[in-house]
Design a protein around this ligand. Structure first.
Ligand code: NAD
Length: 263
């Protein structure tokens, strides 16, 4: 299937690197004009240069802290003023800190809720009226396999990402008649700088080398390897395409078969 997104515009959150960047690249290479958002301007500019080298689409970068409503509103307005519309929204941001019940404060919970969950609600709330007018919209939420398979010490991520799945499913039913689909992707191990940092931390804790830790992770994945961000972005591209119009309200693991459950 060749995806053609010419004439479509996308907003990709948390897109200066990692899965957000790979998603932006996949959309741009397929013809969409893309706005990429992140906090760090230098990283955004580096990402923009790479995208410009890879494709002929128009790219807009906007510095934005997704935990702040004013930043989200400003970034959204800039995207609409530049491209006139939005058909594809990829919600993504950095992961919250690890921690257990006794180490996480109310402030930790509130701040994770604001940056991880409210950012999705806010960006989606701004985008849906335009998608409704267009009678076309694709909303893709990047969460984590932890939303389906919680692991200890990751309470913020486990709880808040599951909330995104609930929000996503509800919304998918509310907007389906307007030609809008809402789906969530749950990545397992994807080779990004975030995963590299986690591997180093875990290796230090277990007093083994990062290489050994990486091998340990890979041996727990039925596919036997850690995917690249581009592997992940292929799923985003499909969900963003007009061809995915009957795929709505789903939760899809991109984890090489690591998740053991049926549903
Ligand atoms: P990454 O660190 O490589 O990239 C995160 C992106 O989000 C960067 O562009 C960063 O600048 C941006 N960002 C972070 N906080 C932001 C904020 N407050 N406002 C605006 N931009 C912000 O991460 P990644 O590995 O691509 O992961 C993306 C998401 O998927 C994270 O939430 C992560 O926890 C989750 N996840 C990752 C993996 C994995 O193996 N990499 C697995 C499961 C879940």
């Amino acid at each position: 299937m060749k995806v053609d997104l010419t004439g479509k515009t996308a907003i990709v959150c948390g897109a200066s690197k990692g899965m957000g960047f790979a998603s932006a690249k996949a959309l741009a290479v397929s013809g969409a004009n893309v706005t990429i958002l992140a906090r760090n301007n230098d990283e955004l500019k580096r990402a923009e240069q790479e995208l410009i080298r890879e494709c002929a689409s128009k790219i807009l970068t906007v510095q934005c802290d997704l935990s702040r409503f004013e930043d989200i509103k400003n970034a959204f307005d800039e995207a609409i003023n530049t491209f006139g519309s939005v058909e594809i929204l990829v919600n993504n941001t950095g992961g919250p800190k690890p921690g257990r019940l006794d180490t996480l404060s109310d402030e930790d919970w509130k701040s994770a809720f604001e940056s991880l969950f409210l950012s999705v609600v806010r960006m989606t709330r701004l985008s849906v009226p335009i998608m409704r007018q267009n009678k076309f919209g694709r909303i893709i939420n990047i969460t984590s396999i932890l939303a389906k398979s919680p692991s200890e010490g990751m309470g913020l991520s486990n709880a808040i990402r599951a909330a995104i799945l609930g929000f996503s499913k509800t919304l998918s039913r509310e907007v389906a008649k307007d030609g809008i689909t809402v789906n969530s992707l749950c990545p397992g191990a994807i080779a990004t700088s975030r995963l590299e940092n986690l591997i180093k931390l875990d290796a230090k804790e277990e007093k083994i080398s990062p290489e050994k830790m990486r091998n340990r992770i890979e041996s727990g994945i039925p596919s036997g390897f850690i995917a690249t961000p581009d592997d992940f972005a292929n799923a985003v591209l499909f969900l963003a395409s007009p061809e995915s119009r009957y795929v709505n309200g789903t939760v899809i693991q991109i984890d090489g078969g690591e998740y053991k459950g049926l549903i």
